[in-house]
Design a protein around this ligand. Structure first.
Ligand code: PLP
Length: 199
């Protein structure tokens, strides 16, 4: 489980930290950088928002995992910045499984192209650890289940082409995590059920 602390004050994160929480997910680059500076250094920071290529450099020195990688150009930039910092950054490939327009990610139809690209190009500096996706914000359980199944299918489709570090299926949030777990999630991202609702 990844605690998602976006918009929450440092005091909330410290309280969680003092209860043994050592990983946090954040959505905004500036906020992540500020929190990482203030918080203890033994934390795994996950960037789970939409990342613009020109901002990778600000988080590359310390970020553990970037969940929302949705283009080869972003992947290339992460690899470049990781190399500059003498690091390897873990990444997840984000797939667009929801019906809503606003969500980022590759389409499941891109699967073959992604497999070919990853077979032919070694992105030294990144470790491709799995996939990430968000289901639609709807009440209908069948819709959500179907979307999570799509993400699991994307994972299964890519697995033969990737290393044995490829094993993360990041899906499920406060409102839909039980369905995500039933559909094979290995990493649920929980914000509001842990830290209270956001404004
Ligand atoms: C905010 C956010 C979460 C956590 O959402 P909750 O519904 O508060 O649990 C999880 N994943 C992503 C990508 C988010 O942006």
């Amino acid at each position: 489980m990844l605690p998602v602390s976006k918009t929450k004050p440092i005091s909330d994160l410290l309280e969680a930290y003092n209860h043994g929480i050592k990983a946090f997910g954040e959505n905004y680059v500036q906020e992540l950088v500020a929190k990482a500076e203030e918080m203890p250094k033994d934390i795994e920071w996950h960037f789970i928002g939409h990342l613009q290529s020109n901002k990778v450099k600000y988080i590359a020195p310390f970020v553990k995992m970037i969940h929302g990688v949705d283009s080869f150009s972003l992947l290339k930039e992460i690899a470049k910045q990781a190399h500059k910092n003498g690091r390897v950054i873990d990444v997840l490939l984000q797939f667009h499984i929801a019906t809503e327009e606003s969500k980022f990610g590759w389409s499941p139809e891109d699967l073959d192209a992604i497999a070919v690209e990853l077979k032919n190009n070694r992105y030294v500096g990144v470790e491709i650890c799995g996939v990430m996706g968000m289901a639609s914000f709807v009440d209908d359980e069948q819709t959500i289940r179907k979307e999570f199944r799509q993400l699991k299918a994307c994972f299964d489709g890519l697995q033969p082409f990737l290393s044995d570090r490829f094993r993360v299926i990041s899906m499920g949030m406060s409102g839909d995590w039980p369905i995500a777990v039933e559909e094979g999630s290995t990493l649920i991202r929980l914000g509001s059920v842990l830290f209270g609702s956001r404004n």
